[in-house]
Design a protein around this ligand. Structure first.
Ligand code: PRP
Length: 183
């Protein structure tokens, strides 16, 4: 495995990121809305950092999917909403694992915007350096990566590799039998 972003680097950056966000948001309770599934590892780390740094949170989820078993988005993202309290009047941080075409973040941002939050910011762990289909940039991000297909730290290929504690480009040896490295 060619490790692009290692565990120590991730830990440091997540801690820093939580600090940056708190200094903008202040210590009033933050509503975190995280996008499933890819964000779950980043979310687990950053919410505990928020706690260590003194923040209080409400954590909710939106289930959204665009890739299916493929390596590039297929059509528009489909959203399944769980019951959650509306974010009206709240300070909200929308959290995802990666920004690629921008369609997922943009669609979910719009859903929350309609609920009239007092503050609405976006935070993604990785920003892919590609031309977006939708003009959106995150307010906060962990790392920028090139136009690579990466897995680990919650990001998957067909449900696999989410458990890796680092970000890597998968190679042919690491692929499950009979599968080819995604292009
Ligand atoms: C991935 C990723 C982001 C989205 C980014 O989700 O987790 O949510 O794609 O792509 P975009 O900027 O092109 O919209 P995926 O559909 O793979 O689902 P998952 O999170 O369940 O793995």
């Amino acid at each position: 495995m060619n490790i692009l972003i290692g565990e120590d680097e991730i830990r440091e950056r997540v801690k820093e990121l939580a600090g940056e966000i708190i200094s903008d948001f202040g210590y009033e309770e933050i509503s975190i809305v995280a996008l499933l599934k890819g964000s779950f590892v980043f979310l687990a780390d950053i919410i505990r950092e928020f706690h260590r740094q003194g923040s209080k949170l409400v954590v909710e989820f939106i289930d959204v999917s665009s890739y299916g078993g493929a390596t590039s988005p297929q059509g528009g993202p489909s959203v399944r909403e769980f019951a959650r309290p509306p974010v009206c009047g709240r300070k909200v941080l929308l959290v995802d694992d990666i920004l690629d075409t921008g369609r997922t973040l943009s669609k979910c941002r719009l859903i929350l915007e309609k609920e009239d939050p007092r503050v609405l910011k976006t935070c993604v762990f990785l920003v892919k350096d590609v031309k977006r289909l939708v003009d959106i940039s995150p307010d906060y991000y962990g790392f920028e990566i090139g136009n690579k297909f990466v897995v680990g730290y919650g990001l998957d290929y067909d449900g696999r590799f989410r458990e890796l504690p680092y970000i890597t480009e998968i190679d042919d040896i690491s692929m499950p039998a009979g599968r080819q490295k995604p292009k």
